[in-house]
Design a protein around this ligand. Structure first.
Ligand SMILES: Nc1ncnc2c1ncn2[C@@H]1O[C@H](COP(=O)(O)OP(=O)(O)OP(=O)(O)O)[C@@H](O)[C@H]1O
Ligand SMILES: [Mg+2]
Length: 203
């Protein structure tokens, strides 16, 4: 037995660069001998992927958004994340609860205390071992997104929305202690990978 797997999450506003690194990062860990599973939120199970489709495309209130995000997360934790970690697999997840804090809290305006209540209900015992926050000016992120693909319901939001999301992420990082590493996404992909390579040796 190798013991419990580590839980690593990638966070940041849309277009900040999460997906550009996640598979590379998983391969880096595999080369170090770890068993690794890459997943995403909302999503990661059949039910949670169906919820994702609705979240990204259907109009709904901010409370419904937050509750659906946690419904998807509950299923993902039960069926995928907890069993993997328990069997020694490292789980690398594209977004987790910090995204709900940033988007539904900072972006939409739900009180953080309400989201933290849901967090305590769904995963009182579990936080990521490491969270990489890809931090980028929203105007640069919008420019990068434009060349990538059609906008979903969140990506279609105005710049002011992403300014609030970014601020909420940075506040969460400041109040969450050691698990966060904030990465300046204006750096080149190559330079960011060097940072990740060094950091992964620390845990
Ligand atoms: N460090 C970088 N320098 C320049 N361009 C980058 C950098 N990182 C990513 N990009 C480009 O920015 C775009 C968005 O990156 P990516 O898809 O990784 O973002 P994301 O955080 O996963 O976004 P989303 O939340 O919408 O999935 C891509 O076209 C990617 O090639
Ligand atoms: Mg992505």
């Amino acid at each position: 037995m190798t013991g419990r797997g580590r839980f690593v999450t990638f966070e940041g506003i849309d277009g900040a660069g999460k997906s550009s690194h996640i598979e590379w990062f998983a391969d880096l860990l595999r080369k170090q001998g770890h068993r690794v599973s890459v997943t995403r939120e909302p999503g990661g199970t059949e039910l949670a992927e169906a919820i994702r489709e609705w979240l990204l495309s259907r109009p709904m209130s901010m409370r419904t958004e937050a509750l659906l995000a946690f419904a998807a997360r509950q299923d993902h934790l039960e069926r995928v994340i907890r069993p993997a970690l328990d069997s020694g697999v490292w789980v690398i997840c594209d977004r987790f609860t910090d995204s709900t804090i940033a988007y539904q809290g900072g972006g939409r305006g739900i009180a953080l205390a309400d989201i933290e209540t849901l967090e305590r209900w769904v995963h009182p015992d579990l936080q990521p071992d490491r969270t990489y926050l890809f931090d980028l000016d929203p105007s640069i992120a919008a420019e990068r997104r434009r060349s990538a693909r059609a906008a979903d319901r969140f990506e279609a939001e105005q710049q002011a929305f992403f300014v609030r999301v970014r601020e909420a992420y940075l506040a969460r990082a400041a109040s969450s202690g050691a698990r966060f590493r904030t990465i300046d996404s204006e750096k080149s992909i190559e330079d960011i990978r060097k940072i990740l390579e060094v950091d992964v040796l620390n845990y």
